[in-house]
Ligand binder design. Structure first.
Ligand code: GLU
Length: 460
């Protein structure tokens, strides 16, 4: 069995965004790749900024993405509790160890961590002592992604505030020691904390874990770092929009990692098999919501019919509970959705894309109207079609197609001459699934009524 133990350690102070998901995913992938353990630890010591709502979003987003944790809240494990707010005793015990080793002191009500080395007092312009500099040797971090990083800690730092609450650096390191974490995989924004952390590991006499600091995610435009406030940043949003979790996971895996060939869409099993440090880029990744939408479309296209239908129905129920589609006959609903499946980029397009199947009250696209009405005498052609409808066989796409073809031939026109005006009249637009399938699904009566209504509105 693998000795690898990695953890994702979110603070529930904000929504679960792309950056959090990527950090969680890289840890999860590494655990699954090595056969190690993936631990979820909640860093909820900041009482003011934590909320149960944010915590629940972390749980539900991770579950939705399929990142199951082997130890942590809800599932337990031998190293619990897994919420820092419940680990006060452990922190006091570890503080005791540092104090016994002579590595702490109290000043201004706070508890400080004491570095080892010659001390020099530094004075400001008014000859007032400001800080004490410690001549310390540099900490060398052999980061799995960044390579060798050197940094010197030359000032003591606070580990317990004057109100008695422990500081992030302290609890983070204590928990990584107590939970036997072997690899710390986290965002590059924590690289600057790592020398403090290594000093603490050494003071505890604990082995220093391997570090892997993942490059930042830049937002779509400009050079800024993606933040929780950016559009398209929240995982929950993609869930609500009916994105497929496997597509989101695939896309997020590529934010900083690549399989070293030109593959993008790839099965999770392959990502797990290939995931390793040497495939993680040193440079920042850029979030691109068009690429993400494209990935989603690729997954949607090949989704088995039953899954796609369920996905579509869930979306309507969640986002458009009043949509007439939900009142329609189930087989009819299913057929319409499957007809749309290869045509849409995301299930969020379905309500608008399919609206004319479920209601007589569908919008007329003005641009499409203008375009179609410009060519020849479209209303004459529509009249010819209406007149011929009683002779049509609506039972299959092929019989509808044969009817249209026969009509075109009889009048010396092309199939397309009828198609564009018929589509406009029965769907209100000039794009969509095949006209023969639309006719068959709507049935002769609805097709005739719509065509007549369209003609009446234009020949007044
Ligand atoms: N709670 C920290 C954060 O959310 C975790 C840092 C770490 O992974 O060590 O950024």
């Amino acid at each position: 069995m693998s000795h690898v133990r990695v953890r994702f350690a979110p603070s529930p102070t904000g929504f679960f965004h792309i950056g959090s998901a990527r950090t969680a995913l890289f840890n999860w992938l590494y655990a699954r790749h090595t056969g190690g353990k993936f631990i979820l630890r909640i860093e909820d010591t900041d009482k003011e900024r934590n909320s149960e709502e944010f915590l629940n979003i972390i749980y539900s987003s991770m579950k939705w993405l399929g990142m199951d944790w082997d130890e942590g809240p809800q599932v337990g494990g031998d190293y619990g509790p897994y919420r820092q707010s419940e680990r006060g005793d452990i922190y006091r015990e570890y503080l005791g160890k540092l104090t016994a080793a002579g590595r702490t002191y109290e000043k201004d009500g706070a508890i400080w961590f004491k570095l080892i080395g010659e001390r020099t007092e530094v004075y400001d312009d008014f000859r007032k002592k400001t800080v004490e500099k410690v001549a310390n040797k540099p900490v060398v971090i052999d980061d799995r992604i960044r390579g060798r990083v050197e940094r010197t800690e030359d000032e003591d730092f606070v580990i317990f505030r004057s109100d008695g609450s422990p500081v992030f650096h302290f609890v983070n390191v204590v928990d990584d020691i107590a939970m036997g974490i072997t690899h710390v995989i986290r965002g590059e924004d924590h690289l600057s904390n790592t020398s403090k952390h290594v000093e603490l590991y050494q003071a505890f006499g604990a082995p220093v874990p391997e570090f892997a600091h993942i490059p930042l995610i830049l937002k779509q435009e400009g050079s800024g770092k993606m933040s929780k406030r950016d559009k398209g940043a929240l995982i929950e949003e993609y869930q609500n929009r009916g994105y497929l979790p496997e597509a989101v996971v695939n896309y997020i895996a590529l934010l900083g990692w690549n399989p070293k060939d030109d593959r993008e869409k790839m099965p999770l099993a392959d990502i797990i098999a290939l995931f390793d440090w040497d495939h993680i880029n040193q440079s920042n990744a850029r979030f691109d919501d068009k690429k993400m939408a494209h990935m989603n479309m690729a997954y949607l296209l090949e989704q088995p019919a039953a899954h796609f239908i369920k996905n579509a129905r869930d979306y309507f129920e969640r986002q458009r509970p009043d949509a007439p589609a939900l009142a329609a006959d189930i087989t009819f609903f299913d057929e319409v959705m499957l007809l749309a499946q290869p045509k849409i980029k995301g299930v969020e397009e379905l309500p608008d894309y399919t609206c004319y199947f479920f209601s007589e009250d569908y919008p007329l696209n003005e641009k499409a109207l203008e375009k179609v009405m410009k060519k020849g005498e479209p209303l004459d052609r529509l009249r010819e079609l209406v007149a011929a409808l009683p002779g049509f066989d609506f039972s299959t796409d092929a019989t509808v197609e044969a009817g249209l073809a026969a009509l075109a031939e009889k009048n010396g026109r092309g199939f397309g001459d009828y198609q564009s005006i018929a589509r406009l009249a029965v769907t209100g637009t000039n794009a969509g699934p095949s006209i023969t399938a639309i006719f068959r699904l709507l049935g002769v009566d609805r097709v005739r009524t719509r065509c007549e209504r369209f003609l009446a509105a234009r020949s007044a």
